[in-house]
Design a protein around this ligand. Structure first.
Ligand SMILES: Cc1cc2nc3c(=O)[nH]c(=O)nc-3n(C[C@H](O)[C@H](O)[C@H](O)COP(=O)(O)O)c2cc1C
Length: 191
């Protein structure tokens, strides 16, 4: 059953561990742009490197907390940079931990939205393609069609205040998040 708009909760995963990450600034802007639902940051910083030998029972304690956090929310928005034309290793590691055990994996059938920011000009296109490919393997429900690429991000944020200042980006990001909230309702018809 689809959750009510007022009770929906979306988890925010940032694919950068950098303290002054641009992508973290973008993720922090999302809750203030859409106040009809609640948001919860889900950290990937404490996860061990994926190792099948550690992946038995409920898994290591940080993995248990991370998987439970994903299971508690109605959807996930990933806000990630691009490294070497692809997915950052720390994010791939986190997605792998959420892909097992396959039948009850935390990300299986979970609605997921993708946002990415870069100082470069291509807006994390290649990173998002790889993230999408991984999520499809996990059988997550990635929001189709809409894309949210943020290029030349240093001109769109106030780094000192850690705020997304560019009005056009704020407008498109708000629209993307609203589309994602509708997507959460739509995926319930796919089950
Ligand atoms: C190892 C490495 C590889 C990178 N490769 C790319 C890339 O392929 N495409 C891109 O747009 N930016 C690339 N960058 C620049 C990042 O987009 C930039 O460091 C960005 O600020 C990282 O995101 P964050 O600010 O959220 O930590 C790379 C940075 C690093 C450290």
């Amino acid at each position: 059953m689809a959750p009510d708009a007022g009770t929906k909760k979306v988890g925010l995963i940032v694919g950068s561990l950098r303290e002054h990450s641009f992508n973290r600034i973008i993720a922090a802007a999302i809750p203030e742009l859409e106040e009809s639902i609640s948001f919860e940051p889900i950290s990937i910083a404490d996860l061990p490197l994926y190792n099948e030998d550690l992946d038995h029972g409920d898994g290591p304690e940080p993995v248990q907390r991370y998987r439970e956090a994903i299971k508690r929310v109605d959807g996930i928005i990933i806000v990630s940079p691009e490294y070497n034309s692809g997915i950052p290793g720390v994010l791939k590691n986190a997605l792998d931990w959420a892909s097992t055990p396959s039948k009850t994996a935390a990300l299986r059938k979970k609605p997921v939205g993708l946002v990415g920011a870069t100082p470069g000009v291509k807006g994390t296109i290649q990173s998002q393609q790889q993230i999408r490919q991984t999520l499809e393997a996990i059988q997550a429900y990635v929001l189709p069609f809409q894309k949210m690429y943020i290029s030349q991000v240093m001109d769109k944020v106030d780094v000192e205040r850690r705020v997304l200042t560019d009005e056009t980006t704020r407008k498109y990001l708000k629209r993307y998040v609203q589309q994602f909230i509708l997507w959460i309702d739509q995926v319930h018809t796919l089950d």
